[in-house]
Ligand binder design. Structure first.
Ligand SMILES: [Zn+2]
Length: 1034
């Protein structure tokens, strides 16, 4: 999925939601531990249902502690005890970073010279050991004897079962489903009634019993089950009672006799439900056609946990099966699903029933999709696949670019992966109401209209957005659909890879889109999130639905993609990485994997080159949060590189001993531009030294910023680089220059360099004309400007304005206001002019006003160049007369990219009443679609007039917001970040803390709340430290 709407570069980090209050918590921890691997299909024979998901990291930890020479029984007992210990640790220290082989543990204290205090401690320790022994003794399942501990098989752990809706005990007490029954195939019949916004359905699930069991447990949410029958083997079907436990979205059938391993059985469930009015499950959507009539449609969005809202199913990614879908419709509608249509049957009631072919592949439930709408397609054959793009009829002319791009990319991926796309058709559908950017349903990819539709007139920058979303979703057809992560803890295997492929495929297929600039910028942004203490490891434990939602964040996507780029860049030769992923896809085709499977595949391919072990290097990047700061110090011909965790904390009190295996690259003044100049040094320990001739004037590490780390060069190192750039900008690649700018701002935030040093480096920029360094500097300066503005430091704000216009004034004035072909130049121009007009620079605002007037006078027939539309609409929205004109245009324009820019313009108004109106309109959803509310809030918060209104607004409307956007979802992350990230005072810190903690289960535990609090504290600290310098110097 691409949860990020195309205009937002905001990617929040998420939270560790607490399971502490959950009644499910007790058993999984204990029981997990008793058994080792739970990988399908070889389960331990004893009570396999109790084997729940166990994250790979904890498994490694337990394994690491184990001894070699235990017999099986002993080992079971050992692990129980250890796991108990571990589980205890986990609960008592929820803020600790997760343990990993890369995290150093403090040395154990010894009692060799007992002082009185030490004696007390030692006695206390003995008492604890004794108590633990007692606990273990009485622990069900383990008895200590002379020979050690023996399992006590007569007293199995009995979980506390919850009550079902009908008052009887529900036979399952965990969030993860039992593993004893596995679905093989589903037959789904759906009867949507779009007039009444309801549907009925019938689901037939053919299953295989893997272990003897007396229960079948699966997911169902908001479905009213009206009839259930069960058939075992060749026996007759008979009615069964379905129990439901709503808090876990589970249903179950209990049996008096064991279902036996190896038996086949069929469960048939009939049900009815309402079409969802949010953006997930089987939901209704509508649009207004060209005649002004409202047209309704229904579509699905199942990832991550919403297939269960459309049909009862085993809704976890590892329960793959085949699907056969039948949908009834009125004759004036079309239906679409993952597979091609097999036949159409006329029903007696005048309706038609479409039946689709059974999926030719096993797939996870979150990839199933169906749509009932009156969309029209355009199509094209690519190799063996019919590629089609669907839209509402009015927008058919905006689909051609998508069809052309999807066709090129499909061909590229077929060749690149050396595995053909496995289905006969591939549909790309633009849905009028769609929250995410797009969703990779196998064979039926769904998009937000702005992510798929562009007109012939559209600028290349708009095409870049569409192409990159298509490239992302198509990559998923292999990474995610063909090979799927076993559980959401490894979501990055899907998303990191699709994000990596989205950028790298476009560099080859559509090089004129300059996608490399965007990839560089998203790597910078990912670091900002990952530097916070509230960040998480790429591969991290998740249990609750909110935690699953929260995995859709910049760590899974952008950091995932960044570390893949770093790996690729560090491997010898271009083909190694590709060979490795082809091997991975072949080896696990149709299956589920975890992170280690990927590293192992890459290591296997790599072994022949005697290169370092990929697995060893990469686990340091996936198993711990954050990234390193590499500090360079030179003495004579010795260069010492030291690494530490780049951790932003407001009190400098939290230190970690995390170490990474860093493929450090560097260039120097004698050779700095060509790839051949790059030298590689692997930094695995805290500090290492390399030799360089003393004649080397300067060093630049992290060549072209392909590594996920920040570099501090020390005062002398920075001065040498600054001097080099001042005399000749082109001594470094533009990526390296952008990377220096990003790094020095980051170091200032960390408190390692003063703001004075930052501005010293920026001095060279009066000669800078390349897009990436200018964009990075503008973004950082604008952030600083907004912080000062919100802090009401009016004098400094005025001086900042003068500074920015001085540094970039001539570049701003050199920009033209006519059509521009190059994407890179468009990016540069729009960033410069948006800043200039945002600062009310007269020349800029005059030009923008004139262009808007011309546009209005021509009734929209003269075109504003695509990359200038935003700045023009922003300026127009500041005028009392033009704001209503813009609103009128917004309501009538059909072209989505333009419409969205108008909306951002409208939301950028500094008129308080209009701000309040637009926030409420976004929530109401008639004039402004609710899917756009996060964008509206984000835009309002950037301005001075609206950010406090927005803060009030989300507090007052929190319950409405989480009704539309699930707790933890990317939309909610964006909202929280937007409204809080510019606070920098103690008073606001208290307010934010107070509000979110009052939410309790309605969002208090989100990682983004943690992130918001940390950010405010960091802003506060930065201001305290740097305001005096700024006042003196700026
Ligand atoms: Zn994705």
């Amino acid at each position: 999925m691409d949860p990020f709407d195309s205009n937002s570069t905001e990617r929040a980090n998420l939270p560790r939601n607490m399971i502490e209050n959950s009644m499910f918590e007790e058993e999984p921890d204990v029981v997990d531990l008793a058994k080792d691997s739970a990988s399908f299909p070889t389960f331990p024979a004893l009570d396999p249902d109790e084997v729940a998901y166990e994250p790979r990291s904890s498994r490694l930890l337990v394994r690491g502690l184990g001894e070699n020479d235990m017999d099986e029984d002993e080992e079971d007992c050992e692990s129980s005890a250890r796991l108990l210990g571990m589980s205890f640790m986990n609960r008592s220290s929820s803020h600790r970073p997760s343990s990993s082989p890369y995290t150093r543990q403090p040395p154990p204290r010894s009692c060799s010279r007992p002082s009185a205090r030490t004696m007390v401690v030692c006695v206390l320790f003995l008492v604890i050991v004794a108590s633990m022994t007692m606990v273990l003794y009485f622990l069900p399942g383990c008895t200590f004897t002379k020979t050690g501990c023996k399992p006590n098989k007569t007293t199995p752990i009995e979980p506390v079962y919850p009550e079902s809706t009908n008052g009887t005990l529900f036979p399952w007490a965990q969030l993860r489903l039992p593993q004893s029954v596995h679905p093989l195939s589903y037959d789904l019949t759906l009867n949507p009634d779009l007039d009444n916004m309801i549907f009925s359905g019938r689901t037939v699930i053919d299953m295989l019993v893997l272990h003897n069991t007396k229960r079948i447990v699966l997911h169902s949410a908001n479905l009213n089950i009206t009839k259930a029958t069960f058939k075992l083997g060749d026996g007759d079907a008979s009615d069964v009672t379905v129990l439901e436990y709503k808090p876990a979205q589970q249903i179950a059938v209990k049996f008096t006799e064991d279902l036996k391993a190896g038996q086949h059985c069929v469960l048939t469930l009939e049900y009815s439900a309402k079409l969802s009015h949010t953006y997930d499950g089987f939901y209704n959507s509508s649009y207004t056609d060209k005649d002004g009539n409202k047209r309704v449609l229904a579509a699905t969005q199942f990832e991550p946990l919403s297939a269960r809202k459309a049909f009862p199913c085993f809704d976890e990614p590892a329960f793959k099966a085949t699907f056969l879908v039948k949908i009834t419709r009125k004759p004036n509608y079309k239906t679409l699903s993952n597979m091609p249509k097999a036949n159409v049957t006329a029903l007696p009631n005048g309706l038609l029933r479409d039946e689709f072919e059974r999926t030719s592949v096993n797939m996870s439930t979150y990839l199933v999709a169906f749509i009932v709408a009156d969309f029209t397609p355009i199509s094209k054959n690519v190799s063996e696949t019919l590629v089609s793009v669907y839209s509402v009829p009015e927008k058919k002319e905006h689909t051609e670019y998508a069809l052309d791009t999807a066709s090129k990319l499909l061909e590229f991926y077929n060749n690149f992966f050396e595995i053909g796309y496995p289905l006969k058709k591939l549909d790309l559908v633009a849905i009028p109401d769609f929250l995410a950017g797009a969703m990779e349903n196998w064979g039926l990819i769904t998009f937000r209209e702005t992510s798929l539709l562009v007109g012939k007139q559209s600028s290349s920058l708009e095409k870049q957005v569409v192409a990159s979303v298509i490239a992302h979703e198509l990559a998923h057809q292999w990474f995610g659909n063909l090979v799927t992560m076993s559980w959401w803890n490894d979501l990055w295997l899907n998303e990191g890879f699709a994000t990596y492929m989205q950028y790298t495929s476009l560099q080859t297929v559509l090089p004129h889109l300059d996608i490399g600039n965007l990839f560089l910028a998203v790597r910078f942004r990912a670091m900002e999130k990952d530097a916070l203490n509230s960040s998480h490891a790429v591969s991290t434990e998740v249990n609750t639905p909110e935690q699953v939602e929260e995995m859709f964040d910049s760590v899974s996507y952008e950091k995932g993609a960044s570390i893949l780029l770093m790996l690729k860049a560090s491997l010898p030769g271009d083909g190694q990485f590709r060979k490795g992923i082809i091997q991975y896809l072949n080896q696990f085709s149709g299956l589920n994997t975890d992170t280690n499977d990927l590293w192992n595949s890459l290591t296997q391919v790599d072994v022949s080159t005697q290169h370092q072990n990929v697995s060893e290097m990469m686990s340091s990047w996936t198993s711990q949060k954050g990234f390193p700061l590499v500090t360079v110090s030179r003495k004579g011909d010795q260069v010492t590189l030291t690494q530490e965790h780049f951790l932003l904390t407001s009190d400098n009190a939290t230190h970690t001993s995390s170490l990474w295996n860093i493929p450090v690259t560097y260039v120097n003044d004698s050779c700095s531009l060509a790839p051949e100049c790059r030298q590689v040094f692997t930094l695995k320990t805290k500090s290492e030294t390399l030799r360089l001739p003393e004649s080397v004037k300067w060093l630049k590490l992290n060549y072209r910023n392909t590594g996920f780390y920040i570099v501090h060069y020390g005062d002398e190192g920075w001065a040498a680089l600054r001097d080099a750039l001042s005399s000749n900008v082109s001594v470094l690649t533009h990526e390296d220059r952008a990377s220096l700018i990003h790094n020095i701002f980051a170091l200032s935030r960390l408190g390692r360099v003063s703001v004075r040093h930052v501005f010293n480096l920026l001095d060279y920029m009066t000669n800078e004309t390349e897009t990436t360094p200018v964009l990075e500097a503008l973004l950082q300066l604008n952030n600083l400007y907004r912080l000062l503005d919100k802090r009401q430091e009016h004098t400094l704000v005025a001086r900042m304005k003068v500074y920015i216009l001085h540094q970039f004034g001539s570049l701003m004035n050199n920009q033209t206001w006519v059509e521009e072909e190059s994407v890179s130049k468009q990016e540069l121009r729009s960033a410069l002019l948006e800043t200039a007009c945002g600062l009310n620079e007269e020349n800029c605002t005059q030009q923008a006003k004139a262009l808007f007037q011309k546009y209005v006078d021509s009734n929209g027939t003269t075109r504003i160049p695509g990359d200038l539309q935003q700045v023009v609409f922003n300026v127009a929205a500041q005028s009392d007369e033009d704001w209503p004109t813009l609103l009128n245009m917004y309501e009538h324009v059909t072209y989505d990219a333009e419409k969205r820019k108008m909306l951002r313009g409208l939301a950028s108004t500094q008129d308080a009443r209009r701000i309040v109106w637009i926030l409420n309109a976004g929530l109401k959803g008639d004039i402004i679609q609710t899917q756009e509310l996060p964008l509206v809030i984000n835009t309002v918060c950037n301005g001075f007039a609206g950010y406090l209104f927005a803060w009030d607004f989300i507090q007052e409307n929190w319950d409405h917001l989480i009704e539309k956007f699930p707790v933890g979802s990317f939309a909610i992350q964006t909202v929280i970040k937007s409204v809080t990230s510019q606070f920098s005072t103690q008073a606001h810190l208290y307010q934010v803390k107070g509000f979110f903690s009052s939410l309790k289960e309605r969002g208090a535990q989100m990682r983004s709340v943690q992130e918001a609090l940390e950010t405010i504290r960091l802003n506060q600290r930065w201001m305290d430290k740097n305001l005096p310098t700024l006042k003196k110097w700026l």
